[in-house]
Design a protein around this ligand. Structure first.
Ligand code: ATP
Ligand code: MP5
Length: 275
């Protein structure tokens, strides 16, 4: 019997299921990868915003990581919300020297504007975790913090992606264009050069958890042995449909539709296309 690919997410929670660990596990499942999760912070949030954050003790995060790695070696790992320097150092110590694919979604601030990473940790992620990553997936504000310059165009995003690889030491970087205007263009830079992933911009407020889902799908594809460019292409196609076929769940900025990719041509299965 061939072994199913497995992926581990190390991240914070969203009890309403649209972002964080919950979105990651749904994405792994949709891509037919066995999903595992280690919780860093329990977040009381919904589609309106964040009401409270409870960081787990670092020793308990370590115990969870030990439980996973003692038993099931994941084919790929992704980190999302890693709020404190101590948590970053722990994750770095566990992943250092491992050949497992490692995707960092450097979650800093939720779409609602609520902080998910301590201010003091924002630069530290550059030195502790970024050099260990196969791929870093910042949005524009996160990339600006990592590279220390302003990003207001796809050209700036190109420069940022290259800087994250050549100066900060990541294997690859994709700077997402969700926060820019015009078509939604994501720029990947890896050892083979630049790759562009473009889609129409859907006019919707229901984009809670887009970054989590995008990076989780990429992680799942890497776990299955896909190339970096193919994995990002699948992530982009998946998130485009997940945004396009809105679910109408939640009273605020709703979650994306993890079944969206199944709905192409079948718009009555539970998602409404945003026109
Ligand atoms: N309105 C939109 N229409 C189409 N694609 C979009 C839209 N907004 C974002 N995207 C795409 O969604 C993915 C995630 O990008 P985004 O910049 O929103 O990430 P993010 O800010 O980290 O997300 P989040 O913080 O909500 O998890 C990218 O592939 C981006 O191009
Ligand atoms: C635990 C956790 N991780 C990541 C996000 C980012 O998602 P968004 O920016 O869409 O709120 C979030 N809200 N919560």
């Amino acid at each position: 019997m061939s072994k199913v690919a497995s992926a581990l997410t190390i991240a914070g929670t969203d009890p309403t299921g649209g972002a964080g660990i919950q979105a990651d596990l749904k994405s792994f499942q949709e891509r037919e990868v066995y999903g595992m999760s280690v919780v860093t912070s329990v977040v009381a949030q919904n589609t309106f915003g964040v009401n409270g954050v409870h960081h787990l003790p670092v020793s308990f995060i370590e115990q969870q990581l030990h439980a996973v790695f003692q038993d099931i070696e994941p084919d790929a790992v992704k980190t999302g919300m890693i709020a404190t320097i101590e948590m970053m150092e722990l994750v770095a110590s566990v992943l250092k020297g491992k050949s497992t694919h490692y995707v960092i979604d450097p979650v800093m601030v939720a779409k609602s504007g609520d902080p998910l990473m301590e201010e003091s940790s924002r630069k530290v992620i550059r030195d502790t975790l970024v050099p260990l990553a196969s791929l870093v997936t910042p949005n524009v504000p996160e990339a600006e913090i990592l590279v220390d310059f302003e990003i207001s165009s796809t050209d700036d995003a190109k420069k940022a992606a290259r800087t994250i690889v050549e100066e900060l030491g990541a294997g690859a970087a994709v700077v997402k264009g969700g926060h820019l205007t015009g078509e939604a263009v994501d720029v990947l830079y890896d050892k083979s050069g630049y790759h562009y992933f473009k889609s129409e911009r859907t006019n919707t407020k229901h984009t809670h958890g887009t970054g989590c889902t995008f990076s989780a799908v990429i992680t799942a594809e890497l776990a299955k042995g896909k190339s970096m460019a193919d994995a990002v292409a699948t992530g982009k196609a998946f998130i485009t449909d997940a945004i396009k076929y809105t679910l109408g769940v939640g009273k605020g900025n709703g979650p994306t539709n993890h079944w969206g990719h199944r709905l192409q041509g079948l718009p009555n299965l539970g998602g409404e296309k945003v026109e």
